[in-house]
Design a protein around this ligand. Structure first.
Ligand code: URA
Length: 229
């Protein structure tokens, strides 16, 4: 496939923009700068744009650093959505794999591959989600054992799956969940008589929020990250 078509289809950028990027030496193939937009990319070639690997065109997978005051949905009448933050053409079918609350920050995975996003969210897949939690009151010593055992949340008939809590200091902890029920972290702390005042997702499975990303920024996942789910 021609290089400009490959990049355009793989990133959703318009062909004209892709050609400009190729001309300005932003594209490398197999570690060498390539300025020929008609170059034929072969299977197994490593294509880099601005130093990042661009997997072959097909379904798209990306990570976004969700800022506060954005909604994990494809559209919303009042607030910007995580999809609105993507500076991409052709956003049709892209959707967040799972939800964070409007005030939660951190890692959101976005894709147009419905089966893949199901693997991210299905509790049966036990794809761990790790959150950094700040609480209003000091975290009581009973909290970690209660989370490990499973908590019966209000209006639910099944206890939560075992979760781990690593206490960082009085009011900070890292909590790992295997599932993603509605407001789950906040409700688990509420069940222990405490209140979550800030919540940030650090990782999903083995995919960790890239520390080079600022709130509101995104990047494409690597082939390894995609395959890890
Ligand atoms: N748990 C919550 O309470 N809120 C989130 O956004 C994610 C997990």
């Amino acid at each position: 496939m021609r290089l400009d078509k490959y990049l355009s289809q793989a990133t959703g950028l318009p062909r004209s923009q892709v050609k400009r990027l190729i001309k300005s030496q932003k594209v490398q193939i197999n570690d060498a700068v390539n300025q020929d937009h008609g170059f034929q990319v072969k299977s197994g070639d490593l294509v880099l744009l601005d130093g990042r690997e661009i997997p072959p065109p097909g379904p798209r997978y990306l990570m976004l650093y969700k800022p506060q005051d954005t909604i994990c949905a494809t559209e919303d009448p009042e607030h910007p959505t995580v999809i609105d933050l993507l500076d991409l053409d052709n956003i049709k079918n892209l959707h967040p794999a799972g939800r964070l609350d409007i005030d939660t920050t951190g890692l959101v995975l976005i894709t147009d591959d419905g089966q893949w996003s199901h693997r991210v969210t299905s509790p049966r897949r036990h794809c761990d989600k790790v959150y950094l939690v700040t609480t209003e009151d000091p975290i009581s010593p009973e909290t970690a054992p209660a989370f490990a055992e499973g908590i019966m949340l209000r209006n639910e008939d099944q206890p939560t799956l075992p979760a781990t809590l690593e206490q960082l200091d009085d009011c900070h902890a890292r909590v790992t969940l295997q599932e993603g029920r509605y407001h789950q972290v906040k409700r688990m702390f509420a069940a222990m008589g405490n209140k979550v005042v800030a919540l940030h997702r650090e990782s999903i499975g083995s995919i960790t929020l890239d520390e080079d990303l600022e709130p509101g920024e995104f990047r494409f996942l690597t082939a390894e990250e995609v395959a890890s789910i």
